[in-house]
Design a binder for this molecule. Structure first.
Ligand SMILES: [Zn+2]
Length: 115
């Protein structure tokens, strides 16, 4: 798994509500951002490493080679959640706005990635 550039992603995270709504109008946009953060832009099969699993309707990705299903949120605080990503992003945004001094490191920790 490639190492996402948290500093850059954090700088690009919206800081105002209009920016937030513009950046994340729906689940697809949230998912794209999440994939950038979590997987460095490309989802790969967690078992065999095949780089082009296809998206299933349940939000998981299935590998066409070994049929392993990769969850976008496995190994993070969002694991097993059935809530939309946008809800989590909104909560994160609230946290950032109301609690000053949330850093890229904090974001990394909140989202459940080891440093
Ligand atoms: Zn696979």
């Amino acid at each position: 798994m490639s190492n996402p550039d948290f500093e850059r992603l954090w700088r690009e995270f919206p800081k105002t509500l209009p920016e937030f709504e513009a950046a994340f109008p729906g689940e697809a946009a949230c998912r794209a951002y999440w994939i950038e953060v979590r997987f460095g832009g490309l989802v790969a099969c967690a078992r065999c490493g095949y780089a082009q699993p296809y998206a299933r309707s349940n939000g998981r990705y299935e590998c066409p080679r070994c049929h392993y299903q990769t969850s976008l949120t496995a190994g993070t605080v969002l694991q097993g959640t059935r809530k939309p990503l946008k809800l989590w992003f909104r909560a994160l945004w609230e946290l950032c706005v109301h609690k000053q001094g949330v850093s890229a490191k904090d974001l990394q920790r909140i989202l459940g990635f080891g440093s």
